[in-house]
Write a new protein. Structure first.
Length: 259
């Protein structure tokens, strides 16, 4: 009986191990299963219809692992998408996402602005732009770092060391939509009309803006006032949001915007 019981337990254990391995293999295969996605073969100008981009060879299809494909990725250009236009320029190699396609009436001045919103552009360095991972259609939170004393910074130098008690960071916009992203002109000057913000404009040259990007956000009038204020007197910083991100507004202190 002991031998029989041992044999039975061994058989049950073997079956359990085989079943677990089989399920693990199924999960692994599911994770690497490839799907077709639409990718920009070359830069697609803002306002180009999906149908036109397809006819001109600006769009192509690639197979990618399903685990790496965003839920909003366009799998194919269906008839209901052919008449929609790109809300902003789509860069070569970029995945085409459904929020990037809008009706032609939504595009104003080359960018699609949601109803009731305005478009405001801020200049950021790559770290503040989440290392370049911020793309059109993404949702971001906007933070502001400000100091009681004047500091100066450009994109090719490090932050100056300041006493922790003099530097503060607050969430000023918990969730806004990105309309477009592009490199800053090499001849542009840093933000801050008076040089009082954390970005210097006192003697900025083209080399001072290496890695600078221009990010256009869809905001309300009140949020635009906050955004412009922190771009002039502080240091805007973006955080990329997911569907499960939890952000809240921090009430700005009275000293946030100095007269």
């Amino acid at each position: 009986m002991t031998v029989a019981l041992a044999v039975l337990l061994a058989a049950v254990g073997t079956v359990a191990v085989l079943a677990y391995v089989h399920q693990a293999n199924n999960r692994a295969v599911e994770g690497v299963k490839a799907v077709n996605v639409i990718v920009a073969e070359s830069t697609i100008p803002s306002g180009t219809s999906a149908g036109q981009a397809l006819r001109e060879g600006l769009l192509g299809s690639e197979r990618l692992p399903v685990a790496s494909v965003p839920a909003a990725a366009v799998r194919s250009i269906t008839p209901d998408l052919t008449g929609l236009v790109t809300s902003a320029a789509v860069q070569s190699g970029q995945l085409l996402l459904r929020p990037m396609l809008v009706t032609a009436s939504q595009v104003t001045g080359g960018v699609a602005i949601p109803t009731g919103m305005v478009a405001v552009t801020v200049q950021l360095c790559l770290p503040e732009d989440v290392a370049g991972y911020v793309t059109p259609g993404a949702k971001v939170a906007v933070f502001d770092t400000y100091s009681n004393s004047q500091t100066q910074r450009t994109c090719n130098v490090a932050h100056q060391t300041l006493a922790p008690s003099t530097v503060h960071t607050a969430t000023v916009l918990p969730e806004v939509q990105v309309l477009s992203v592009g490199p800053a002109p090499s001849t542009a000057q840093s933000t801050g009309a008076g040089g009082t913000g954390l970005l210097s404009n006192s003697s900025a040259s083209s080399t001072a803006l290496q890695g600078a990007v221009l990010v256009t956000l869809a905001v309300t009038q009140a949020d635009a006032e906050h955004l412009i204020g922190i771009a002039e007197t502080g240091l805007p910083y973006l955080a990329l949001l997911s569907s499960t991100s939890n952000t809240r507004l921090d009430a700005p202190p009275a000293a946030l915007i100095r007269p």
